[in-house]
Design a protein around this ligand. Structure first.
Ligand code: NDP
Ligand code: 8X3
Length: 251
């Protein structure tokens, strides 16, 4: 079927994508920082789906770790068909005068620089084969800035701009670039944002039915399996009770 490389496969959208693509017979390169989760996922997917899974543990913020982990894989694994740049996070919700500098650094280093570091290694592999698909996880936060979301929203606006740039630059190589912009989805995202405060995280999803990780993975799979001449460039997906990053109808 092909090879899919997914960053941030230890939870949420990334894990759901791994399960979806493995169920359809794709071999996978799965990455994240939590090695035990990667190993458990590898064993489960290989046993359940009979596919090959290569787990790679690295922090996308660390350029040297990214390039050495990816460059050392066997050439047969470099025939990547789909790169899903999914690893990312929000940290905190603060007005611009009160935000934590360290949270800003982590969000920018992960969501923007990490995505660039991984792409910089993988794009030559796609170019060499004159085919491939890069799917970048943006957000409704890329399209509409919300109060106290300043820096997180900026990182996702950067993903939006980088996706547009990638698409133009990679046209000569028949490489598709899709930016997926989900609205609120119940994953570990809010637990991470609120630094382990499960009560605060649960409150985010009260009064409406948010997207699930599977809803987003199904959409990514759809985009990745269109005919070679068809590319969804930019896709916003929200639950039915959400209009954009600001307006959610809660009961
Ligand atoms: P989760 O917190 O459930 O999963 C995030 C994944 O990213 C984990 O696998 C985590 O792995 C990985 N990750 C985070 N930081 C790093 C790092 N420095 N290096 C390597 N991997 C990292 O969140 P979601 O699945 O919800 O989010 C996935 C993406 O979708 C993010 O980019 C997020 O911004 C975006 N998004 C999420 C929305 C939502 O409402 N949930 C809506 C719109 C966009 P590990 O901790 O093991 O390293
Ligand atoms: C994640 C969704 O609304 O918290 O990007 O920004 S939101």
């Amino acid at each position: 079927m092909g090879i899919v490389l997914i960053t941030g496969a230890t939870a949420g959208f990334g894990e759901a994508c791994a399960r979806k693509f493995a169920a359809k017979g794709y071999d996978l390169i799965i990455t994240g920082r939590r090695q035990e989760r990667l190993t458990a996922l590898q064993q489960d997917l290989e046993k359940t789906n009979g596919v090959k899974v290569l787990p790679l543990t690295f922090d996308v913020q660390d350029e040297k770790a990214v390039s050495s982990a990816l460059e050392q894989i066997p050439d047969s694994w470099k025939a990547v068909d789909v790169l899903i740049n999914n690893a990312g996070l929000a940290l905190g919700l603060s007005t611009i005068d009160e935000g934590s500098l360290s949270d800003w650094d982590t969000m920018i280093d992960t969501n923007v620089k990490g995505l660039l570091y991984v792409s910089r290694v993988v794009i030559p592999w796609l170019k060499a084969r004159k085919k491939g698909h890069i799917i970048n996880l943006g957000s409704t936060a890329a399209k509409t800035v919300y109060a106290k979301g300043n820096v997180y929203c900026a990182t996702k606006a950067a993903v939006d701009a980088i996706s547009q740039g990638m698409r133009i630059d990679l046209l000569p190589y028949f490489i598709k670039v899709t930016a997926i912009h989900p609205g609120a989805a119940e994953t570990e995202f809010s637990v991470v944002r609120f630094k382990g405060d499960a009560g605060k995280a649960d409150d985010v999803y009260k009064g409406f039915k948010p997207l699930s990780a599977d809803d987003v993975a199904d959409t990514i799979y759809y985009c990745a399996t269109l005919p070679a001449h068809v590319c969804i460039n930019d896709l916003v997906i929200t639950c039915t009770q959400q209009a954009n990053a600001i307006y959610t109808y809660k009961e």
